[in-house]
Design a protein around this ligand. Structure first.
Ligand SMILES: [Zn+2]
Length: 250
């Protein structure tokens, strides 16, 4: 049986294989027709996986793995661009009953062009949203391989890092894809700690920008508020849609 831990490609081989995959996906997929992802379904992830198995992994999954792999898309992932979900009892589950799942945080790819700074994924400077998806997907494939071979996986550990490097030349386990925070910072010019305003029940409120997720958290001075700072000022907490924020003072 092919030992995936010994499989190694040069940077040129990897780039050629990635290009080959990005060309083939356009032929096989209904939704992906260029390098910028506008619509995607879990079906595209299945196609992508089969292409990776064939082109990078010499059909290792097809020929050896007897369990199932599910692919899904999420709009709720705000930190990780991809995750691999493995049942806790993997060691005692027979492989044919095993279901592993790769979940992709799709907003990172839909929002790809909303920030202009370089977008590294796993240490590789990405060129477009499909390229970024490929690298996130490669990272998750390494997790799948570790789970199947060792029943556990951690991208902080050396075994993972050397496999991700040998197969795909990944040099980190992080991404710099657009988070809601980065998008707000670049598009609205706001950052944490700024004074911002927004309208709430037809009244303009002003407060300190405290956190940015899908919505911003703004702390507004209010005697009835239940949050207090070290000077004893009381605040009320508001969840504000990002497009309602206005910068007042840096
Ligand atoms: Zn990871």
């Amino acid at each position: 049986m092919l030992n995936l831990l010994e499989l190694k490609y040069s940077i040129n081989e990897i780039n050629d294989k990635r290009d080959l995959i990005s060309g083939l996906i356009k032929e096989k997929s209904v939704n992906i027709k260029d390098k910028s992802i506008k619509i995607i379904s879990s079906e595209e992830l299945t196609i992508l996986f089969n292409l990776y198995d064939e082109i990078f992994l010499k059909n290792w999954f097809k020929n050896n793995y007897k369990g199932k792999i599910k692919f899904s898309l999420s709009k709720r992932m705000t930190k990780s661009a991809g995750i691999t979900i493995c049942p806790k009892n993997i060691a005692s589950t027979s492989e044919k009953n095993l279901v592993l799942e790769i979940k992709i945080g799709i907003d990172f790819f839909f929002h790809y062009n909303m920030i202009t700074e370089p977008k590294l994924v796993c240490g590789i400077e990405t060129k477009n949203s499909f390229h970024a998806l490929q690298i996130v997907f490669e990272h998750e494939i390494c997790h799948l391989i570790e789970f199947i071979l060792f029943y556990e996986s951690s991208c902080k550990k050396d075994r993972f890092k050397s496999m991700a490097y040998n197969l795909f030349k990944h040099t980190s386990s992080y991404h710099q894809l657009p988070t809601h925070k980065k998008i707000a910072m670049e598009q609205l010019g706001v950052s944490i700690g700024d004074i911002v305003s927004f309208s709430y029940r037809e009244k303009i409120q002003e407060g300190i920008l405290y956190k940015i997720n899908k919505k911003a958290i703004v702390m507004v001075k209010d005697k009835k508020g239940s949050f207090m700072d070290k000077s004893g000022n009381k605040y009320m907490k508001y969840y504000v849609p990002l497009n309602k924020l206005k910068l007042i003072k840096k």
